[in-house]
Design a protein around this ligand. Sequence first.
Ligand code: ADP
Ligand code: ADP
Ligand code: ZN
Length: 213
Amino acid sequence: MNLVFLGPPGAGKGTQAKEVAKEQGLAHISTGDILREAVKNQTETGLKAKQYMDAGDLVPDAVVVAIIGERIQQADCQDGYVLDGFPRTYEQAEALADTLGQHGMTLDRVVYFDVDAAVLVERLTGRRTCRDCAANYHVKFMPPKADGVCDKCSGELYQREDDNEQTVRNRIDTYEKLTADLIDYYRQRDLLSQIDAAKDVAAVQADLKAILD
Ligand code: ADP
Ligand code: ADP
Ligand code: ZN
């Protein structure tokens, strides 16, 4: 089963993708996580991506398309994967279709996380992320058991630099300009399922499970 999770930043894609991947034995592929790792390690890709990420702009299509092309060929993707945060432009969606075709793979479903922009700013500015395992928390909606410490791996929680209000607003604008058209793109291809991502984490998880079963 190969899935795409589509929706604005802060919709809860990463939170749900991690759970679904664990439950269904799928690989979780987050282009954001991969890019942040590359920035941390100062790889060539990381050096190219950093300025865009800091500004809340999209990294050039060619960079993320190359990342995905490599990643989906790895062994843990054989039984399927969840693409979280990719594709984000028409060009990326077309490149994905080409790449899947080349490897004899198909896309089974695109889940659109529908939520009002008003909710997103609070979700993103309150997000805390684990430095070691990239798990996400929220100061109000999903607090960790101990302040500043990851429940899963005891790693240190930090606030992403791009989770400040100004950059968040730019990311939401960027989503509306460049990514939101993919809703229709996948609807026209009969691949789209929509969920109400304004509900709490458990309710979204249940709705998602119903779709995937
Ligand atoms: P995305 O991957 O779509 O950007 P995340 O999964 O990282 O979104 O979630 C953004 C923030 O909102 C995180 O701090 C997360 O803990 C919190 N969050 C996720 N889902 C919900 C939800 N259903 N209700 C409230 N907060 C949520
Ligand atoms: P969020 O979960 O809040 O939407 P991500 O972690 O997915 O944030 O992405 C963080 C940043 O990484 C984006 O603002 C963008 O700069 C870059 N990025 C991630 N995925 C893509 C993509 N598919 N295309 C272009 N840039 C991307
Ligand atoms: Zn952790």
